[in-house]
Write a protein of this length. Structure first.
Length: 261
């Protein structure tokens, strides 16, 4: 399906449902904003009372605050997970791509399995950022050291190499993250799928299609430049992306069945 046909199909799906799509699309950003504001407000209160200092918070010298940050992050992730899955399922059904209505997180076991599943996927993404973080830190200290040393050729060379590694690892992380775009929908289609199988299948499915996905998003950039227009085009972006991923999933399933026969 070409971009024009895809765009027209998603626009037709939104006709008569835009208000519902608008509310649904804003649900995740709104909840992320709420969960993000809570630590900021609490931190501001503690700083105002003199319990903590801004430098201590940034440097992580307050053990209790660091523990709170970890626990709050896990709680926020657990709260947002059903919402994200529900939003994805709602848009999939709107596009007519869902085979049948499913009830997600009907039991505590299903919920904790989903937390484990998406937690592992998020952990993989963060793990890939480790080399970039190390390279960035090494580059910073190498540049700082080269300023204070007369013979700084080796240090500058090392800093340049570290910057190069940083750039390439960041690009690889972006590519890997884009390759995981289909993972949530693979889970919604089959909640029993394993983490590594879903990651592997999503990467294979989107291999050679990263550019199309980027172009699909980039076409909305001019409209989003005023910033205030972003919430109003969010339903359009989500329907286009989800439709693209659902079509690619069906194409991949057909390709796999052909290979097996």
């Amino acid at each position: 399906m070409f971009f024009r046909e895809l765009h027209e199909f998603s626009r037709n799906s939104l006709k008569g449902h835009y208000s519902g799509a608008f509310r649904t699309a804003l649900l995740c950003p709104f909840m992320e904003l709420i969960t993000g504001i809570v630590p900021l407000i609490l931190g501001a209160v503690l700083i105002a009372r003199g319990t903590m200092t801004p430098k201590g918070i940034l440097m992580g010298s307050h053990a209790m605050w660091a523990l709170f940050g970890v626990l709050w992050g896990i709680l926020s992730f657990s709260i947002l997970l059903p919402i994200r899955c529900g939003v994805g399922s709602w848009f999939t059904a709107l596009l007519g791509m869902e085979k049948q209505k499913r009830k997600y997180f009907a039991t505590a076991g299903e919920f904790f399995h989903a937390v484990y599943f998406f937690g592992m996927v998020s952990f993989m993404k963060w793990l890939l950022l480790t080399p970039a973080s190390v390279a960035g830190i090494l580059a910073y200290f190498a540049f700082q050291k080269s300023i204070a040393v007369t013979e700084s050729g080796i240090l500058l060379f090392g800093a340049v190499q570290a910057v190069t590694v940083f750039i390439w690892t960041i690009l690889f992380c972006i590519r890997f993250t884009v390759g995981l775009s289909a993972v949530p929908f693979l889970y919604l289609e089959n909640p029993e799928i394993s983490v590594f199988h879903a990651v592997k299948q999503s990467e294979r499915m989107l291999a050679g299609h990263h550019g199309k996905l980027f172009l699909l998003i980039l076409r909305y950039v001019p409209i989003m430049l005023p910033i205030v227009t972003i919430p109003f085009v969010l339903p359009n972006i989500m329907t286009d992306i989800i439709l693209f991923l659902q079509i690619r999933m069906k194409e991949y399933a057909q390709e796999e069945s052909v290979c097996l026969t």
